[in-house]
Design a protein around this ligand. Structure first.
Ligand SMILES: C[S@@+](CC[C@H](N)C(=O)[O-])C[C@H]1O[C@@H](n2cnc3c(N)ncnc32)[C@H](O)[C@@H]1O
Length: 213
């Protein structure tokens, strides 16, 4: 996501600092122990400006939702949304998805959302796709045995690639659709998705699960 550099980024982040985790590795293995009122831990990878993050958290007040985003200029918008609405079950981490094993213990996470990740269309860049085999191995290690990945994208080639990678990796797919909003808007939309929906672009979605051990 290319963004114009936001002015006052640091003071804006400071104003919402209670929703940002600056030392997330210190919570590895104890995310829910530190938040005993929460019954599950969900992650959103590449949460961008946090529209989906805020609405999903509002709809699931007993879930701790952690938004992970490597571009602080985008993430600060999500932080402000969550602060402005007084939502208390979201935390943001300004880091790369590659850091997941440093931040979460094996079998610690109940669900992972991957929404409209960058498609990296050239095959030589395939390893950067958030649904490439290397990333799926990271997710498998931190997900609970019955944990799920919920994946949405507008990008048809990325979706077909991802279906193949999930299936080859032994994941079971459900709720597979290549036109999620065919009969009207379904579920919580992300910022990107809302724009695509207005333009009539079809949205692909699937849920992936893997029996572990
Ligand atoms: C196309 S945007 C989609 C944003 C949001 N999920 C949405 O649907 O509106 C992809 C986002 O993922 C973030 N991103 C891409 N690769 C990432 C990585 N390896 N680690 C963390 N964030 C990443 C980008 O910075 C960008 O904000």
């Amino acid at each position: 996501m290319r963004m114009r550099k936001k002015t006052n980024l640091i003071p804006r982040m400071e104003r919402c600092s209670h929703v940002q985790i600056k030392d997330p590795a210190a919570l590895k293995g104890i995310w829910l122990k530190q938040n005993p009122q929460m019954s599950a831990l969900w992650l959103e990878l590449g949460c961008g400006k946090g529209r989906f993050t805020a609405e999903t958290a509002e709809q699931n007040p007993d879930v701790l939702l952690v938004g992970i985003e490597k571009v602080a200029d985008a993430m600060v918008v999500g932080m402000e949304r969550v602060c402005g609405k007084g939502i208390d079950n979201v935390r943001f981490i300004d880091t790369d998805v590659l850091a997941l094993p440093v931040l979460f213990e094996q079998d610690e996470v109940d669900r992972i959302f991957i929404n409209f990740c960058d498609p990296w269309p050239r095959s030589r860049d395939a390893k950067h796709r958030l649904t490439s085999p290397g990333f799926l191995e990271l997710y498998e290690s931190i997900l609970k045995p019955k944990g799920e990945i919920h994946f949405k994208t507008d990008n048809q080639p990325l979706f077909e690639y991802s279906v193949e990678v999930f299936e080859t990796g032994g994941w079971t797919l459900s709720e597979v659709t290549r036109d999620l909003h065919e009969k009207g808007a379904v579920g919580v939309m992300t910022d990107y998705e809302a724009k695509f929906y207005e333009q009539g672009v079809k949205i692909n979605r699937l849920v992936a699960k893997k029996e572990k051990r």
